[in-house]
Design a protein around this ligand. Structure first.
Ligand code: ADP
Ligand code: ADP
Length: 235
């Protein structure tokens, strides 16, 4: 599975006059657990949207540069294609879960790929197993806790078989139990199954033990790119 490459990426939202990303350059090797940090408004969410291909395909603005997974250029892909390479999970489960029950939510992406019934079922089962949601697959989404909802959102990206997962403050709306459930799933995906994880998270103390690398952004640039002990010494 290839590395993520971000080359000279700049972005300005339509109607705005200042660049929110300014010549960002990064390579994220396969299997790395990356914490993306920095003050509010520095461009973390925008970079997450660009990594998932939603910028530039869905969000208007001026995009320059290139994001690719190996030699596959994410930044020129349509969203459904990008989703097979890099998945994204947002802060609020309510905004991203659109189906009535757990299994429909997780099956939705693969169904749109016109896969066989058996292949869809196999992907759904695996995705639910990795997120410890298999016993709850028949439940309706509204009946789930916040942590369970976020695990469904993660399972839905896994069912697309993307091997890179970007998460934008996935625990901000969760209680401590839900936070731990989600962070434990991320740790397992990364350490046991080799997923690349790029995580925007304010609960730094809780994730730092298993983070390989910290990217600290400021005003649209990556200003620190180092292992955790060095990165926090620089802060
Ligand atoms: P962070 O995630 O680090 O808080 P964001 O990427 O959300 O930063 O935002 C970076 C900057 O871009 C902020 O100044 C924010 O107000 C601006 N911004 C975010 N989304 C939009 C948008 N849709 N249109 C215009 N400006 C935006
Ligand atoms: P974050 O939690 O990443 O800091 P914000 O509260 O900055 O998010 O933004 C919430 C939503 O508002 C996002 O969808 C973002 O794209 C949008 N947004 C943020 N800043 C602006 C802006 N200046 N103009 C338009 N939309 C914005």
């Amino acid at each position: 599975m290839p590395d993520v490459h971000v080359k000279n990426v700049s972005f300005t939202y339509a109607g705005s006059s200042h660049a929110v990303l300014r010549s960002v350059n990064l390579t994220i090797p396969e299997g790395e657990f990356v914490l993306l940090a920095g003050p509010s408004g520095c461009g973390k969410s925008t970079l997450a949207l660009a990594l998932a291909g939603l910028i530039p395909s869905r969000i208007a603005g001026s995009f320059k540069g290139r994001i690719s997974l190996g030699d596959k250029p994410i930044s020129t892909m349509e969203v459904h294609e990008a989703a097979q390479h890099i998945g994204i999970v947002f802060q609020s489960p309510e905004e991203q879960l659109v189906h009535l029950d757990v299994e429909s939510e997780v099956a939705f992406g693969p169904e749109n790929l016109a896969l066989s019934h058996d292949e869809i079922e196999s992907r759904v089962r695996t995705a639910l197993a990795y997120t410890h949601m298999e016993p709850l697959r028949k439940l309706e989404i509204f009946a789930l806790s916040g942590g369970q909802k976020q695990r469904v959102a993660i399972a839905a990206t896994l069912a697309m078989q993307s091997r890179v997962l970007v998460l934008d403050e996935p625990t901000s709306d969760l209680d401590p139990v839900g936070t731990q459930e989600v962070l434990n799933v991320l740790r397992t995906l990364n350490k046991r199954y080799g997923w690349t994880i790029i995580l925007i998270e304010h609960k730094i103390d809780e994730v730092i033990p298993w983070v390989d690398r910290v990217l600290l952004m400021d005003q649209g640039k990556v200003v620190v790119d180092a292992p955790p002990h060095q990165a926090f010494a620089a802060m």
